[in-house]
Design a protein around this ligand. Structure first.
Ligand SMILES: O=C(O)CC[C@@H](O)C(=O)O
Ligand SMILES: [Zn+2]
Length: 463
């Protein structure tokens, strides 16, 4: 079949103006935030119903055409990149939030529902959707589920997986499966829902999700503490966790904060500077909790773990303190950074970070390393800024060496080469550092069951 014939056929499966082949659409929908690969999709198709998705998949299956799902394309592992003439299936028009059930506290979402849209909907019902991250304004719910997105509240609420009560999926052969149907208890053998969560579109498309909501947090309060020695952050974490239920425990380095402050209207949390900062959030529901937080803060100061700190006194202050952390990724994007998202167990983070710094500094002393992340989960984001005098290609070549060193250290600590950003294409060839050969073979076997012709997001996660 020629590309023209494929496009003609697609136009019969969805509304004819819902197939796009203009260069702007191909470039826009063919890539994500990784920006490493050149987008080269054949066409972008926008289904409006589950039946249309099934028709597209059946057509692709019969003609051995590769499909790539497209959500908000905010991913950082190239899971939604179409660089090989694939057909991109974009879910922008399947974006309804409906069937709210106040007793079950569930709501049914189309795949293209924006995370923030779900958060706002929950708020209107007096409830809360707790998975949150800086890209909530553009990421879509099916993308979040397909990548099991994490974010800034995982320490309390877990990953996206915890909030999926039911899933409708279209498999690689076009079959529709209705998984778990919103049940809380359902011990009837293998839970396929969980196979699709985090499968990054390699088994099928998520076409509807029943999401669980919860009660909103009360009186959130944020503390930002200046921590001169990185390893003391772990002592601070332990001291707070012993006394208070936290909703977030994040960290960032002075280098990260400097960039944010210099390139935005964000204010420093306080005047004094330390090499690292911890951002701690909790529900300050009564005076007792506030007193306890102050006690732990003072204890950390006495121990010499913390040098300075501030506690939010208003919602506006809470939001501006959060921006010190949340604005980092977007702010440093202009330096075309090398990015890595890794996890080791919480207790191993200091040793891990020291080893990574040492190896990068030894080989490339002029590389500026920016650390930040969800340290309460053992999840750190390593970013290295491209020096001005180095071309992008040369920089990324050097950085592929860095990846090898970093992943060897990850393996030594039995960590994960992808904590929350998924595998996509950028981590695929490093999967063996975290998963055994047997596991990867089983993954391939599972893919064959759901996608026998290998049309669903080929080349992502596994080969
Ligand atoms: O840009 C990054 O490296 C991380 C992005 C995101 O996961 C965050 O936590 O801000
Ligand atoms: Zn993150």
């Amino acid at each position: 079949m020629t590309p023209e014939q494929i496009v003609e056929q697609l136009q019969t499966l969805v509304e004819s103006d819902k197939v796009k082949t203009d260069p702007e659409s191909l470039a826009f929908y063919g890539t994500d935030w990784t920006k490493v690969y050149e987008p080269k999709p054949l066409a972008i198709v926008f289904p409006k119903s589950i039946e249309q998705v099934q028709a597209i998949v059946r057509f692709a299956n019969e003609n051995q055409l590769a499909l790539v799902p497209s959500g908000g394309r905010t991913g950082l592992s190239a899971g939604a990149v179409a660089a090989n003439g694939e057909i991109v299936v974009a879910f922008d028009y399947m974006n309804k939030v409906e069937n709210f059930n106040p007793i079950d506290r569930t709501v049914v979402c189309g795949p293209g529902v924006i995370t923030e849209q779900l958060q706002q909907y929950a708020e209107e019902q007096g409830l809360f959707y707790p998975v949150d991250f800086a890209s909530s304004g553009s990421s879509q719910i099916a993308g979040n589920i397909a990548t099991n997105a994490g974010g800034i509240k995982v320490i309390r609420y877990g990953m996206t997986r915890n909030w999926v009560a039911g899933l409708k999926v279209v498999t690689g052969t076009g079959e529709l499966m209705d998984l778990n149907k919103g049940l809380v208890k359902n011990n009837t053998g293998y839970d396929f829902r969980h196979l699709f969560i985090g499968s990054e579109g390699t088994l099928g498309f998520i076409v509807e999700a029943t999401m669980q909501l919860t009660r909103p947090p009360k009186d959130l309060t944020v503390l930002v503490l200046g921590v001169p020695e990185f390893s003391a952050i772990m002592d601070v974490l332990k001291a707070f966790q012993e006394k208070i239920d936290l909703t977030a425990f994040e960290f960032f380095s002075e280098k990260a904060l400097t960039k944010v402050v210099e390139h935005s209207d964000v204010q420093r949390p306080f005047e004094s500077r330390t090499d690292y900062y911890a951002l701690i959030e909790f529900e300050c529901i009564n005076e007792q909790v506030a007193d306890q937080a102050m006690e732990v803060f003072e204890y950390c100061m006495e121990q010499g773990w913390v040098e300075d700190g501030v506690m939010s006194q208003s919602l506006a202050q809470l939001e501006s303190l959060w921006r010190c952390r949340e604005d980092i990724s977007e702010t440093i994007a202009k330096w075309t950074p090398y990015k890595n998202d890794i996890a080791v167990s919480v207790s191993h983070v200091p040793a891990f970070l020291t080893e990574v710094e040492a190896v990068v500094n030894q080989h490339y002393p002029d590389f500026e390393i920016i650390w930040f992340g969800h340290i309460g989960d053992g999840n750190v984001h390593l970013n290295i800024l491209k020096p001005d005098n180095l071309a992008k290609e040369a920089f990324f070549e050097k950085c592929s060496e860095v990846s090898n060193w970093v992943f060897e250290i990850v393996q030594k600590y039995q960590g994960s080469v992808s904590a929350e950003h998924g595998v996509g294409m950028t981590k695929r060839d490093y999967l063996t550092y975290t998963r055994s050969e047997e596991e990867i073979n089983l993954m391939k076997g599972i893919k064959k069951v759901f996608d026998p012709n290998g049309i669903m997001n080929p080349g992502k996660v596994i080969n």
